[in-house]
Design a protein around this ligand. Sequence first.
Ligand SMILES: [Cu+2]
Length: 633
Amino acid sequence: MAHHPLDPLTADEIRQAVSVLRRDRDVTERWRIASIELREPSKAAVRDHEPGAPLEREARVVCWNRDDGRTHKALVSLTGDRVTEWRHEPDGQPNLTLDEVHECDVAMRREPRVIEALARRGITDMDRVLVEAWAYGAHLVPEQYSSRRLGWADVWYRKQPGANPYANHVTGLHFVIDLNRMELLEVQDDGGDEEPETMGEYIPRLVPSQRLRDDVKPLEIVQGDGASFTLEGNLLRWQKWSLRIGFNHREGLVLHTVGYEDEGRTRAVAHRLSFAEMVVPYRDPTPDHYRRTAFDIGEWGLGFMTTSLELGCDCLGEIAYLDAVLHDSTGEPYTIRNAICIHEEDDGVLWKHVDDESGAETRRMRRLVVSFHVTVGNYEYLIYWRLYQDGNIQVEVRATGIMVTTHFRQGRQPPYGTLVDERTYAPFHQHFLVVRLDLDIDGERNTVYATESAALPVGPDNPDGMALVQRSTPLRTEHEGKQDYDWSTQRGWKVVNDRVRNRLGTPVGYKLVPGDCIPAMLDPDSPVLRRAQVLGHTLWVTPFDEDERWPCGEFVVQSRDDRGLPVWTAQDRSIEDTDVVLWYVFGIHHITRPEEWPVMSVDTVSFWLKPVGFFDRNPALDVPPAPHHHPSA
Ligand SMILES: [Cu+2]
């Protein structure tokens, strides 16, 4: 049972939403349910909610009929037990579902043309074959298939049962599949070549002649008095921070109503923080890779891809886990156990000074980490939201897992990747992450300023050329809100509430300190950039609109154009002194390395949100010294 308006849908609510649609809109078993999520209440409704008051609950549902391919969006009032909106989406292909991807694998492994193509390459054990479908862009869909829901599949092969399928790409063999009919439409087959002798295994028993190192001694995290946070339902409190944990199929973890207690009152920092899109273009035009433009959030969904976490492996210490409730494509709910991990970490020194007379004064830093892990096919993304005692927020993503690799003919290595094994290369690619930051700094009416440093020229007031000034430029319109990173000026972006002043008389703010910004490096005419125009800038700023959630559009499967940010911002609305939303793009420019094969150690990227004049002074001045635990000599 939900207790707060922002609590995610329960299993019963998911069942109810589906049964209302089956009853009132003839959604039969020939339909698939792409997604069901809470329709979040307005900011005012959240603010005015009294604990224990009755909840108005609504579900957003996207579903489609496999027979005619028609997609519908529904709004279901759970409180009223009825459909309140029902709309046909003529151009919308909903997200892929796990059921489809699985059914496609099973169907293709039984398909005579697939069996035959593999037999010609000496592969006959179909139990060790994995046929994995990817979605792709509309520009690659021929006219006769344009109304169909399509997958483009790779074939992978496990050398033995339990071995890594991504160790062995069946290079030069791809299928185009109608996912509604599970019908094989096209076989792309270059006939194959002799397989190289590779070693793509990472599980110790499968790695030949490997001895695990034996000098790693236990490192235990002990919190004898328990953790310093409390979790009541989805309300999390820690070290003056408070926030609500949300979760849905597409964004995965969502942080709601993030606030910091200052002199007895909770001050708003953010209304809602989440990952809104992830785009992974492979920068390799060869036949095995040219369709790879994964939209891991819009096509797959971070929530649907979330995996259960294990104590001791994924997180150490006193852990609180939250389960997540999602649903399959029939609308049947299921639970991902331990989907979200909440724990504290020691993070070295927070602040320190050594004085000749009073000696050393040192504080240890703690951070609260709220995290979840997703597995999208071969790749893992580990996503960490970290709150610090001094008001900082850090957002970190670690990419790990298995790189996509393919084989090449002797002497014919393409220049679009790195050699990682015998006649095997890993294509270059980029992971663009788009985070949606609905910051509310001490209230909803905020303005974003671009902040830049400038060195002044040598002159009478600056004879030694030492002068440096900081300039803040307000971003007044959505056009001005399109911002690019500039290393030469150390550009950043400050979200300011000009109506609230600190003790020093300056307006309160939080700064987005960019990190790991990467340029798109895509031709303006490239189809993937047309589908994901958000990649063209580091930052976009829009006025808050409940319906503006997906920067590349709600439906990115087989999309042709971006129906999100470029369409919204074409209105060039005012973003001054209003409820602003920031869309920040960062990521990994992945020039692959041999050391990332056969399994890739985490590649880590992050950025910060830091208070700038939000507090009157260092808010972590009151952190007590750590008790000394040195054993006496
Ligand atoms: Cu990568």
